[in-house]
Ligand binder design. Structure first.
Ligand SMILES: *Cc1c(COP(=O)(O)O)cnc(C)c1O
Length: 502
């Protein structure tokens, strides 16, 4: 299996090279030349396997330059950190009591070290990268640089900690992250990690990191130290491919719990931001997972809802900050991969759309492409009132807690079912633990939160619901603070060089 770019004709490269390069030099994203197929028998064989075994099987279809043993090792190391043996269990909710044959399987993607779904990929990427270095004969160390507004920083730290031939350095805005987010980062163990606060806001940290990536002199200095810069960016193929796995795993979990039979159709509903998670579902569908419809759920930053309804992607609009911050996005980068595949690999057309997005802030896809997308996707958006309402309703009906992002998906699904009367069983991507967004969840349950700090809110939600607190959050207040460094934004390059030399 080789990889090509979405924007021009390049000589196909191996998956190891695609993972190390991250982004193609023409600005495009790496995509598999051909999407591999899976048979119904092969899906059936996954039923009695562990999550790690299911992952190794699916990854093997895309990462053909990795051996079975290597993928087995990657999946073991990535997922032993998840705090339930199932890794990604599926909680079955029957959404409509009048229609008990229409289950909603809520895939809990949040049992990893930071209690959100990005762990699924970020626990895997470092191992894929480390092995990729060996495969291409690279002897330099890779230094991952991250600027974070809170969540990605911790997820990347947890993934890269103590992974050979890598180092990771995270900059966060000193006063721009929550108390819990900060504690999660500054207590990170590992000999190859550094966490530094930047005096300023997230933009200062991000601009600083971008400057370092673009600075030839720093790269030369690093080169002398035997270090190469890299990022753990969400458009890296190595972050996308681990996400394809859980749609298969979720499907066979529904078989195991007797909700569906092998070969039955499901719909998949995904709370969407950068379009990575739902694109992974698209790959699963194209491989042969029996999926009828992909439901793309957005908050009031509804650029994707409009795109799927009209065929025009228009980022020229007001930006809203919501209770689902991980979906507050106006440019969904991974959409480019979908356009590439559904246009039959027409990189010229994809380049034109992306150039228009860059210069005009919008593009309109042609009718043929729009018709193809209509067959696969349905998009809905949900406001904050509806989001809170679904947290309350689902808790009331099932004594089950959804976080805000997962509630957007369930609410969008309800709209979809109302409009189409399509009661196919659903796999819902539940992307964060409710304890990650405790304040909003308590508010949705009509509980006062004034005067309660993050930890007090967690305790209150637990006392009220008895819903299990994730291990990483429960242990957080006892952990030792290991990183107290603070720097000015123009000191960032020197800090990077100092850490690289260590
Ligand atoms: C990142 C994130 C999303 C959006 O996922 P995309 O792959 O960017 O579409 C949804 N929910 C949570 C909790 C997230 O962290």
């Amino acid at each position: 299996m080789k990889y090509v770019s979405t924007r021009s004709k390049i000589a196909p490269i191996s998956s190891a090279e695609a993972i190390l390069q991250g982004l193609s030099s023409d600005g495009g994203l790496f995509v598999p030349e051909k999407i591999p197929r899976i048979t119904q028998d092969e899906i059936g064989e996954l039923v009695n396997k562990t999550y790690e075994q299911r992952a190794a099987k699916i990854l093997g279809k895309f990462l053909t330059d990795y051996t079975e043993d290597e993928l087995g090792e990657c999946t073991e190391l990535a997922y032993n950190w998840f705090d339930v043996p199932m890794r990604i269990p599926v909680a079955v909710l029957i959404q409509d009591p009048k229609n008990p044959v229409a289950p909603v399987g809520n895939m809990e993607l949040w049992h990893g070290p930071t209690s959100a779904f990005k762990d699924v990929a970020l626990q895997m990427l470092p191992h894929l990268m480390r092995m990729a270095l060996q495969k291409v004969g690279e002897t330099k160390k890779i230094l991952i640089l991250v600027a974070t507004s809170g969540d990605t920083g911790k997820a990347a730290l947890a993934g890269f900690a103590d992974v050979p031939q890598t180092k990771i350095m995270v900059f966060y805005p000193e006063d721009g992250v929550s108390k819990i987010q900060k504690l999660q980062m500054v207590t990170q163990t590992g000999d190859n990690v550094n966490v530094t606060a930047v005096k300023g806001n997230f933009d200062d940290a991000q601009t600083g990191v971008k400057k370092i990536f673009g600075d030839k002199k720093i790269r030369e200095e690093l080169d002398k130290l035997g270090v190469k810069l890299s990022s753990a960016n969400s458009i890296n193929w190595g972050r996308l491919v681990p996400q394809i796995v859980y749609y298969f795993s979720g499907y066979v979990e529904l078989i195991r719990s007797g909700q569906i039979k092998l070969g039955d159709n499901v719909n998949v509903c995904v709370p969407t931001g950068n379009f990575g998670n739902i694109l992974a579902a698209y790959y699963a569908l194209k491989m042969g997972l029996p999926v009828k419809k992909l439901i793309c759920a957005s908050n009031i930053n509804n650029v994707l809802t409009e795109f799927f309804a009209t065929g025009t992607y228009n980022r020229n609009r007001k930006f809203f900050k919501t209770i689902t911050p991980s979906m507050d996005i106006l440019i969904s980068s991974n959409l480019e991969r979908l356009l590439y595949h559904e246009s039959g690999g027409d990189f010229k057309q994809v380049s034109r759309y992306m150039a228009e997005l860059n210069s005009l802030g919008k593009y309109k896809i042609d009718k043929k492409l729009k018709d193809r997308l209509d067959k696969i996707f349905h998009a809905e958006f949900v406001n904050e009132l509806e989001t809170r309402d679904f947290i309350k309703r689902v808790y009331g009906s099932f004594k089950y807690l959804l976080d805000t992002h997962s509630a957007v998906a369930v609410a969008a699904l309800s709209k979809y079912r109302g409009k189409t009367k399509d009661f196919t069983p659903v796999l819902n991507a539940s992307t964060a633990s409710p304890y990650k967004f405790t304040n909003a969840v308590l508010t949705a349950l009509e509980q006062p939160v004034e005067g309660l700090d993050d930890f007090a809110q967690i305790k209150k939600l637990f006392d009220m619901t008895n819903f299990k607190i994730p291990r990483n959050l429960a242990e957080l207040s006892n952990k030792k603070i290991l990183h107290a460094d603070v720097c000015e934004k123009d000191e960032m390059p020197q800090r990077v060089l100092d850490f690289a030399a260590k």
